[in-house]
Design a protein around this ligand. Sequence first.
Ligand code: NAD
Length: 258
Amino acid sequence: MGIIEKMRLDGKNIFVTGGARGIGKSVATAFAEAGANVAIVDLDINEAKKTAMELEKNHSIKAIAIEADVTKPDDVNAMIATVLDVFGRLDVAFCNAGICMNIPAEEMTFEQWKKVIDINLTGVFLTAQAAGKVMIEQGGGSIINTASMSGHIVNVPQPQCSYNASKAGVIQLTKSLAVEWATKNVRVNCISPGYMGTELTLNSPSLKPLIEQWNKMAPLHRMGRPEELQSICVYLAGDTSSFTTGSDFVIDGAFTCI
Ligand code: NAD
């Protein structure tokens, strides 16, 4: 079998949090194209259903939509139960749901701080933990978390200390889980994207004026496209990445190099 064939995901069962739109939807589409069944997990069930229907229509796979808030343990456990009920097994988890708030540190309320940390860091922990438990019992699996280049650098000029802290946390969480679960055949990696053109960035009124400035600073003078994260995630989900665990893939068009 050639390397491209080996990278296919036929028969694998995957859940994608924040899968209704943006990076999650793009990566879920790549998983489906590679032959995997996909559960689209999101707070926004209407958009999640549309995405799941689109995947089933365009690819010969099974796709379902599940409403869940990744900050709520009961939602996460119910989501895993549904995935196992429908698919019978869980091979890959893409823990990707996240939000961003640009608020100066001295003005940030406790609730605003907590919301970002709860979704971006605790949400990744809860979904990765729940997936890991199933995978340990099954004898293996692959978990991919979405961090950010903001886990590496303090990107300017927008003030986003809660976002930066949450994403640095995701990177260390990823490495910690990778080490804890290494001998259990559960691999844990993360991606650290740079600025990507998605709803989170393009439709955020506070970010819009900054896009021109970022593009000027960026070595490639543009934002990334969600589809430019697809191949790394397909690689991490599949069996050819068997020696890749605890890694953080910075996909930022060299933004963190400047
Ligand atoms: P997006 O806003 O386009 O999509 C995020 C999705 O997550 C939405 O569908 C939303 O409903 C869902 N979501 C939010 N809170 C949730 C919760 N509590 N439970 C379940 N679902 C929830 O965002 P995106 O740009 O696709 O970002 C996806 C991930 O990538 C995030 O973790 C983000 O921090 C990260 N990221 C984005 C960029 C970028 O420039 N867009 C860069 C680096 C990292």
